[in-house]
Design a protein around this ligand. Structure first.
Ligand code: F6P
Length: 522
């Protein structure tokens, strides 16, 4: 498998960038080429994408496809889907797609997917037995009127996914329960949540893949202490654990557990037992629809030719922007307030996956990897940071997510919202000439535009899977391991040491700045 910079296409892309890519103007391209919109638009399952305002054309895409082939993208994709241990630093398979596969009998359509299923039959049947148990439990909680508050305690992948999706699918959420997500070790978060709750009406879900994460364990201990102090005794009824480490959950005193497996990465775990708060919120059938939407996108990713494969096109566009144009960040602007936590979710997905500086062999990379991913819903962002996107010195590709049908009846609001999304994408492209520099908009600022028909469990599932696969694609081209996260370890180890020093006041052996901070905050 060649790393991108060892391929012929990489050099050709460099030449192509110097000769025409750098000065490419999407305005001119759109004006001159009547087929451009069509060529750079595509319907994928549940998601329509218009990529035509980006700084690419057929020649760029052809070279990017050549790059993908030289890097063995299809082989790498199939290795992931078939359960090879592609997380090489931890010797683990990466099989979050298995979590949303339908039962084998219903799904064997192509020889390829059949092979995948036979190889992973045991895992798939384990997936379905946990799913069945977890959805039955979700329904029992939904029917239990005494439980009014669900508190998910987890962080990172054990928080962002279920929190984001529960907010996004608010329209489908039972009005009979309130959902709380406590992630930070900052006690203000837990205290602010607990002060409104009663033990007899509360269900705590302790969500942790490892069941060792300091923040989660600290919050879980405090929740247990609060529960006992409130007179709560029935832990089996009021606590459930979502974890791969059932033993540790049992040792903590939790007997109601839903398991998953080491081949599910934390940031890819929303589809597993970690999705339980979402399943309670939207119900079993909607949760199955959510999985189905993602499975539809998986099927597209697994089978569509590269040229018509949306995650592939997006992942390659990301490489083009990061490595040739040198764009350092990408902004995601969902034009739907229910998607307000989507950018935060994507930050972990993309930056924890692809924020790597060495290739799979551990060699330092001579090119850049993950951009900074950030964003806020429109139209709010328009009145805040869009100024910089329109007229700042850096070019930052912008991604719009618009939803055609609103979930409310105030159509005039929705028309205004959609008009703003379209107008902004138009403004970024067109710009506006003015003799007065302050009033000049350079334009040709690249943007992608995604359209969902409605924000439903299925379309949200597909949208998330689209991003998951896109991140896989750029990671595969860069030749990195997108599935480990050693970068988070150092701070965790040092925090333990600093915690002890904050208690003891001993600053011996630490640098003078850190010593000062310890003394100040002691
Ligand atoms: O600190 C990073 C991380 O390991 C994430 O990858 C993960 O999603 C999060 O911590 C939480 O981990 P756990 O689910 O094991 O508590």
């Amino acid at each position: 498998m060649l790393r991108c910079d060892q391929t012929a296409a990489w050099n050709q892309l460099g030449e192509h960038f110097a000769s025409s890519g750098k000065s490419f103007d999407a305005r001119t391209a759109l004006a001159q080429d009547a087929s451009r919109v069509n060529a750079l638009s595509q319907a994928a399952p549940h998601v329509f994408a218009d990529l035509s305002k980006n700084r690419i054309d057929a020649a760029t895409e052809a070279l990017l496809m050549q790059l993908a082939r030289e890097c063995g993208l299809e082989v790498q994709r199939d290795a992931m889907l078939s359960g090879e241990a592609i997380n090489s630093t931890e010797n683990r398979a990466v099989l979050h797609t298995l979590l949303r596969r339908k039962q084998p009998v219903a799904v064997i359509e192509s020889a390829q997917s059949a092979t995948h299923l036979i190889a992973n039959a045991d895992k798939l049947s384990a997936v379905h037995s946990v799913l069945k148990a977890m959805l039955a439990y979700a329904e029992s909680i939904r029917a239990d009127d005494e439980i009014t508050d669900i508190v998910n305690i987890g962080i990172g992948g054990s928080d962002l996914g279920p929190a984001m999706a529960t907010i996004a699918l608010d329209e489908f959420v039972t009005p009979k329960k309130r959902f709380h997500f406590v992630s930070n070790v900052d006690g203000h978060e837990l205290a602010a949540t607990l002060k409104h709750l009663k033990a007899k009406n509360t269900l705590f879900l302790i969500a942790s893949k490892t069941f060792t994460t300091i923040e989660t364990m600290t919050n879980a201990e405090s929740a247990k202490a609060w529960f006992t102090a409130q007179g709560g005794t029935d832990t089996a009824r009021h606590f459930a654990a979502l974890t791969t480490n059932v033993q540790a959950a049992n040792a903590f005193g939790i007997t109601t557990t839903f398991g998953f497996w080491d081949w599910v990465g934390g940031r890819y775990s929303l589809w597993s037992a970690i999705g339980l708060p979402l399943a309670i919120a939207i119900g079993a059938e909607n949760f199955r629809q959510f999985l189905r939407g993602a499975a539809d996108m998986d099927e597209h990713f697994a089978t569509a030719p590269l040229e018509k494969n949306l995650p592939v096109r997006l992942g390659l566009l990301d490489v083009w922007y990061r490595n040739f144009h040198g764009f350092t960040s990408r902004c995601v602007a969902p034009y739907h307030s229910a998607l307000r936590r989507f950018p935060a979710y994507l930050q972990q997905l993309e930056m924890e996956s692809n924020g790597k500086r060495v290739d799979k062999a551990g060699q330092a990379l001579p090119f850049h990897t993950s951009p900074v991913v950030w964003g806020e819903p429109g139209t709010n962002g328009q009145h805040a940071f869009f100024q910089m996107l329109h007229q700042g010195t850096e070019v930052i590709p912008l991604e719009f997510v618009a939803v055609k049908h609103a979930a409310h009846a105030m159509q005039d609001h929705h028309t205004k919202l959609l008009a703003n999304a379209i107008a902004q994408s138009q403004a970024f492209l067109q710009g506006k000439s003015s003799e007065d520099g302050h009033r000049h908009f350079p334009g040709n600022r690249p943007g992608s535009f995604f359209v969902l028909d409605a924000l439903t469990p299925a379309s949200l599932g597909a949208l998330i899977a689209l991003y998951e696969h896109r991140v896989f694609v750029s990671g595969a081209i860069w030749g990195i391991n997108s599935f480990d996260q050693f970068g988070v370890e150092l701070g965790k180890v040092l925090a333990k040491d600093v915690e002890a020093r904050l208690l003891s006041g001993n600053v011996q052996g630490v640098d003078s700045s850190t010593a000062q901070l310890i003394s100040k905050l002691q």
